[in-house]
Design a binder for this molecule. Structure first.
Ligand code: MSS
Length: 366
């Protein structure tokens, strides 16, 4: 086997055995590393950077980091020190790249061929963005979008709009959004957006802006390429365009994390089929498991703590597996009754893959 690529310096503190290094800006959690606990440890969490990570010096004085708040009655910049005085809340969310599951598209869209590991469930702590808006007099008139801008230094000699990481989400996301400075009980790392990150619970990863330096309530969506043409659900054969749906709220999805085939054949007998399920902005009502490739289904048990609608739930089902080949699948239902789809929605970028069939695992018992 070719030697595994080393971890990039900004993520050098992570656990190499738990990660697949696709490139210096794309690290994926191994399916076998998810284990059976609800929270994804920071040192096993995936990373996706669209631009090189900023210099670690931006963490030297966290409290001095400032974010400009625009599109409110009294716009101004606030330091992280000031933000800490405006309130604090903790929320568990699934952080998932919109391209998670791209590796299962037979069309091989360009971009990282993530399987299941461009996702994790983490706990954020920070100030509710609505508190900040209230402190600045409320929203200005005409605010339709919540737009966040990343604090990377932009490469020179190119149109900034082609590289700037700036995303807009519908302003209703303000109800749950957070400006977070801690993740999993520690000051936010550079790899995950420290010193300050815009967290939009229930929305695809790309909308969760790292090293956030500007939050604007705007009438129109950002003109940055990553918003206007990137991360759109462009039908096959089309060209990306701003009138196609953007990757915003996550849909209902689940997958199995064990047993897996990577250690060879299993012994006949009882196994615990286990995995994770989440519903974007909605909680999970239930998960069914199939051991015959989706012909028949049994209700799995939701286990572990319920950390709220934005977190994932663990599920488990004990089953007996006899000698042979078995296709194990899971299918989640959210609290609104939406059932995880069998098929992916084909699109150019390979986004939003929630197909239960694509996420099934084949195991051999001998
Ligand atoms: N932010 C910024 N500032 N930059 C970049 O690059 N990316 C995105 C988000 N945010 C970015 C940002 C993406 S794209 C994602 S996924 C996320 O982030 C990730 O995260 P982590 O922490 O894991 O790395 Mo896809 O949809």
């Amino acid at each position: 086997a070719p030697a595994a690529k080393p971890l990039p310096a900004y993520a050098g503190w992570k656990t190499p055995e738990a990660l697949i290094v696709h490139s210096t800006s794309t690290l994926e959690t191994r399916r076998s590393a998810f284990g059976t606990s609800v929270i994804t440890p920071s040192n096993q969490l995936y990373v996706r950077n669209n631009l090189p990570a900023p210099d670690a010096a931006i963490l030297d004085n966290r409290d001095a980091w400032s974010v400009s708040i625009e599109g409110v009655k009294n716009p101004r910049s606030l330091t992280l020190a000031e933000l800490r005085t405006l309130g604090v809340e903790t929320v568990a969310t699934v952080l998932q790249c919109s391209g998670n599951g791209r590796g299962f598209f037979p069309s091989k869209p360009s971009g990282t061929p993530w399987q299941v590991g461009a996702a994790g469930c983490v706990v954020w702590s920070g100030v509710p963005l609505r508190n900040v808006v209230a402190a600045l007099g409320g929203l200005a008139d005409g605010a339709a979008y919540l737009t966040g801008t990343g604090g990377e230094k932009l490469p020179e000699g190119v149109d900034p709009l082609t590289v700037l990481v700036e995303r807009s989400v519908p302003v209703k996301a303000l109800d749950d959004a957070l400006l977070a400075w801690e993740m999993n009980g520690e000051p936010l790392s550079l790899a995950h957006g420290g010193p300050l990150r815009l967290v939009v619970p229930g929305y695809q990863g790309v909308n969760n802006i790292k090293y956030v330096k500007r939050v604007a309530f705007t009438a129109a969506q950002s003109q940055a390429r990553i918003m206007s043409h990137g991360y759109r659900m462009s039908p096959p054969g089309s060209k990306a365009s701003p009138d196609q749906p953007s990757v915003w709220e996550m849909g209902v999805k689940s997958w199995i994390n064990g047993p897996l085939a990577d250690k060879g054949a299993l012994k006949p007998g009882q196994v615990q089929v286990h995995g994770v399920a989440f519903g974007g902005t909605r909680g999970i009502k239930g998960v069914e498991v199939s051991v015959d490739g989706g012909k028949t289904w049994q209700a799995a048990k939701l286990i572990g703590p319920d950390l709220g609608p934005f977190a994932w739930r663990q599920f488990a089902l004990p089953v007996r597996l006899e000698a042979g080949t078995h296709v194990l699948a899971s299918r989640a239902t959210d609290t609104a009754g939406n059932v995880q789809a069998e098929q992916r929605e084909e699109n150019l970028g390979g986004y939003n893959n929630a197909s239960w069939r694509d996420h099934a695992v084949t195991v051999t018992v001998a």
